[in-house]
Design a protein around this ligand. Structure first.
Ligand SMILES: Cc1ncc(COP(=O)(O)O)c(C=O)c1O
Length: 298
């Protein structure tokens, strides 16, 4: 039997860490989102954002759509655009890995690098879309991003862990995953479940000045619109340095066979901390993408 490739989005497995979560800790379970078709959880939101715009009559195949992304969402939107027949223009900040940009272009999408002097790449993308009468998907503010994780990622996690989740730990980029999964867990499990956000050390999400660390995909300088609407869902935030994230990635690969990228490392570093604090129960977290997208790191 052959499948529509978009049916391969989601239903990713959950793996329990057997070695690096020490004795006297809660169990840590990781949902392997890098097993989505283009290698990240962003396939879910790209699909939701495009379908949502189609259903609202904002776009139809042949149109051009605009997105701002530091990498993974761009890959997912370019992929779906190539399958559903949209022309895709992606605005990125300077410094995104060339390997990622080549992949985006290979789907037929156009990449525009925005130098810092021109302002934020999201503002430049928004203005371009406005000036040309095009749809700006805007993952940082798009409610379909939250809904994707509420209806799919969160629902799957609850089912896979039999509704037994004591804490959910997730890096904040657009804030879509933690908002969607967190909202569902609050509704189904009540106030007892701990929702823990993870940000690079010094992130603007919690500090007004200073130079934040950069962990690809996580919010360093930008405070997303979704965060402003959903921050009440998050009980606490853990700051993780770039070095701590990379150490966790190395341990995860060596001892657990899980090929997560740097944001996975940040999640694991924070999840292990929460698991130690809880002592028992279940901590769920996500491996959003894979180290195979960052071959220079190891
Ligand atoms: C690899 C990776 N991890 C984590 C995140 C953060 O997820 P979210 O945008 O849902 O907050 C992103 C966002 O771009 C990402 O690309």
């Amino acid at each position: 039997m052959s499948y529509d490739i978009m049916r391969l989005i989601g239903n990713t497995p959950v793996i329990r860490l057997r070695r690096i979560a020490g004795e006297g800790s809660a169990e840590v379970h990781v949902k392997l989102e890098y097993l989505n078709p283009t290698g990240s959880h962003k396939d879910r939101i790209a699909y939701y954002m495009i379908r949502d715009a189609e259903e609202r009559g904002l776009i139809r195949p042949g149109d051009e759509v605009v997105e701002a992304s530091s990498g993974n969402t761009a890959i997912s939107v370019a992929w779906i655009g190539s399958i559903r027949g949209y022309r895709v223009k992606i605005f990125v900040e300077e410094g995104v890995l060339e390997a990622k940009l080549s992949l985006i272009r290979s789907f037929g999408a156009e990449v525009i690098k925005v130098p810092p002097a021109k302002g934020s790449y999201t503002d430049v993308a928004r203005k371009y879309a406005e000036d040309h009468g095009l749809l700006f998907l805007n993952q940082y503010d798009n409610e379909a991003n939250v809904r994707a994780h509420y209806e799919t990622t969160g629902t799957e996690l609850l089912k896979q862990l039999d509704g037994r989740i004591d804490a959910f730990v997730m890096g904040i980029g657009t804030c879509g995953t933690i908002a969607g999964v967190g909202k569902l867990l609050r509704e189904k499990l009540g106030e007892g479940v701990r929702i823990v956000g993870v940000v690079p050390r010094g992130s603007r999400i919690i500090r007004e000045c200073g130079r934040p660390d950069k962990i690809e995909g996580l919010a360093s300088d930008l405070v997303p619109g979704i965060w402003k609407r959903y921050h009440h869902i998050v009980d606490e935030i853990i700051e993780v340095s770039y070095e701590e994230a990379i150490q966790a990635v190395k341990a995860l690969i060596r001892h657990e066979g899980i090929l997560g990228g740097p944001p996975t490392g940040a999640n694991i570093h924070a999840a292990l901390k929460v698991a130690r604090e809880l002592g028992r129960g279940i901590v769920a977290t996500i491996a959003p993408d894979t180290i195979l997208k960052y071959p220079h790191i190891l």
